[in-house]
Design a protein around this ligand. Structure first.
Ligand SMILES: *Cc1c(COP(=O)(O)O)cnc(C)c1O
Length: 519
């Protein structure tokens, strides 16, 4: 499929339309065709009547615009319909199973939303005097306490605004400590080849060089290869656990010891902490710094541009290098430490981080309690293993054995079928599912990474498994064509994703008369 001059996909070609119903309106029953807002309106229409300004002379002189500004002109109902239609095109965790691996799309309880919208939290201003924001500070203090408790770590920096930002925080703390100790020659960071792209990017951003460690056949860090890479210039390691293949790094304590033995630090990417909460404390594994994606582990909405929050826990060795600000208990009340003391590298962001995420995360923790958090962890792991076990006779798990919170398949089961991972994922759309994560991690050929999370009931999982089994079996019967055509039922069929990624057309070009008039 190609893109038209507005960057929108052109209609599916007639040859592909055997099953596609064409209507005069472009609507397909309740699935309404939606154009760009500029194409829907006409510049001369408006949803509001503004009176001509009276008694105010125009002081723009020759600079006054003479023609139309080119904004989309819609009536109020048209505007309403446009945005409601768009909102209905979203696939969301509240609509169906969202099996993206590595992203942890779990249910976000509405209770969290209710608390986040309480005026004392929602309307708090970062510059208001601390005496008027005691409740908000207490919430941040409590959240810090529970994050440190769950991790068994003595300090946490709340402010980083995403996982990647938390990585930056942790690696800056490591660098600050190395420099303070006169170890500025330590600039090499070991990163396993299966790492999330943000890990090497962060290391490089902080002025380190990245040295890749290969994996063993069972998807874990190759300990022998790691040992061979140790040396006095090693600043540390960035390791994800469970790793991006959904596997627990069994040698993690040995790895921590090895890194510490050469004076390096252990940065753990904690994006998959939802597989450990209540069961394993990173501090017990020798971790020096780890970010926690509140939006993944502690259930706040994300994806589609929602905010993230990446608090970073720090070990004894790094706690003095934590960024400001942080909340301290001060007698009966709470205070903010805003000034960097010796060692700290300063601030990660202008103010105090994502208040809305803090209130959601703490609400999630408090409403679950210790037993509930532990059960969510166990159910997430159980659900992933249920999927892996239920599909392992028709699909090919990338590694043997038990997985953690996500099940990773490769494309061996598609060998010689003519169907590829991409086609398989597109066919899932026709089954009504958001596709799983494809082609990541890169270490596995044609990877399909499925993370059901604890949110899904057995009934939902069985329906999902039923669809996956159907597709896997169909691929093997040689019905390639139906895969290549998929998705058939989606509003847009196959998009030219390469073209869209490489040459995105992000600007709507108005028709010539509007463009000229606006000059
Ligand atoms: C999601 C993720 C990140 C990055 O987190 P953001 O909040 O998206 O910045 C880093 N590492 C892993 C393993 C992840 O899954």
């Amino acid at each position: 499929m190609s893109l038209n001059n507005q960057g929108r996909p052109t209609a599916p070609s007639a040859a592909n339309d055997a099953v596609q119903v064409q209507t005069v309106s472009g609507n397909k029953a309740l699935d309404q065709a939606t154009k760009l807002i500029f194409e829907t309106g006409t510049p001369r229409r408006t949803g509001v009547d503004l009176p001509e300004p009276k008694g105010k002379a125009n002081r723009l002189g020759a600079h006054a615009r003479e023609g139309e500004i080119g904004l989309p002109g819609l009536s109020e109902p048209e505007t309403m319909r446009h945005y409601v239609r768009l909102s209905q095109k979203n696939y969301a965790i509240d609509l169906g199973v969202y099996p993206l691996g590595s992203c942890t799309m779990k249910h976000n309880p509405r209770l969290n939303e209710k608390v986040a919208r309480m005026p004392g939290f929602a309307d708090v201003h970062p510059l208001q005097p601390v005496s008027t924001a005691q409740g908000a500070l207490e919430l941040m203090y409590e959240l810090s306490h529970w994050l440190m408790t769950l991790c068994n770590m003595p300090a946490v920096a709340l402010t980083p605004k995403a996982g990647a930002h938390g990585e930056l925080c942790g690696m800056m703390a490591i660098r600050a400590r190395l420099d303070a100790d006169g170890h500025s020659h330590k600039r090499r960071v070991l990163v396993p080849e299966s790492a999330h792209g943000t890990n090497p990017a962060t290391a490089v951003q902080c002025g380190f060089t990245v040295d890749e460690i290969p994996a063993t056949d069972d998807g874990r860090v190759d300990l022998a290869a790691l040992k061979a890479k140790l040396g006095d210039d090693v600043a540390g390691i960035m390791l994800t656990n469970p790793n991006t293949c959904g596997l627990f790094e069994r040698d993690i304590i040995k790895i921590a010891d090895l890194i510490h033995s050469v004076g390096g630090y252990f940065y753990c990417d904690g994006a998959n902490f939802n597989a450990l909460v209540g069961r394993v404390r990173p501090g017990d594994l020798g971790v020096d710094a780890m970010h926690i994606n509140l939006h993944k582990t502690f259930s706040t909405p994300h994806g589609g541009g929602g905010p993230g929050s990446g608090p970073t826990v720090l070990s004894d060795a790094l706690k003095d290098y934590a960024p400001v600000p942080y909340v301290v208990k001060d007698g009966e009340g709470y205070n903010l430490v805003e000034t960097a003391i010796d060692g700290s590298f300063g601030r990660m962001c202008a103010f105090h981080g994502q208040m809305g995420m803090y209130s959601r995360a703490l609400t999630y923790m408090m409403s679950h309690g210790a037993d509930g958090l532990k059960q969510a962890t166990e159910d997430a792991v159980l659900n992933a293993n249920y999927i892996q076990a239920s599909l392992s006779d028709v699909m090919t798990p990338a590694f043997g054995g038990i997985c953690m919170h996500e099940a990773l398949f490769d494309d061996r089961f598609l060998k010689d079928t003519g169907v590829e991972t991409l086609d398989f994922a597109k066919a899932m759309i026709d089954e009504g599912y958001h596709p799983m994560t494809m082609y990541f991690p890169l270490v596995v050929h044609g990877a399909m990474l499925i993370e059901p999370t604890e949110s899904e009931s057995k009934g939902e999982l069985d329906r999902f498994i039923g669809s996956m089994r159907h597709l896997a079996t169909k691929a093997k019967t040689g019905d390639v064509e139906s895969f290549k055509q998929a998705p058939i039922y989606a509003p847009m069929r196959r998009l030219d994703e390469t073209q869209a990624a490489r040459k995105p057309i992000l600007r709507w070009t108005p028709p010539v008369d509007v463009a000229e008039a606006a000059e």
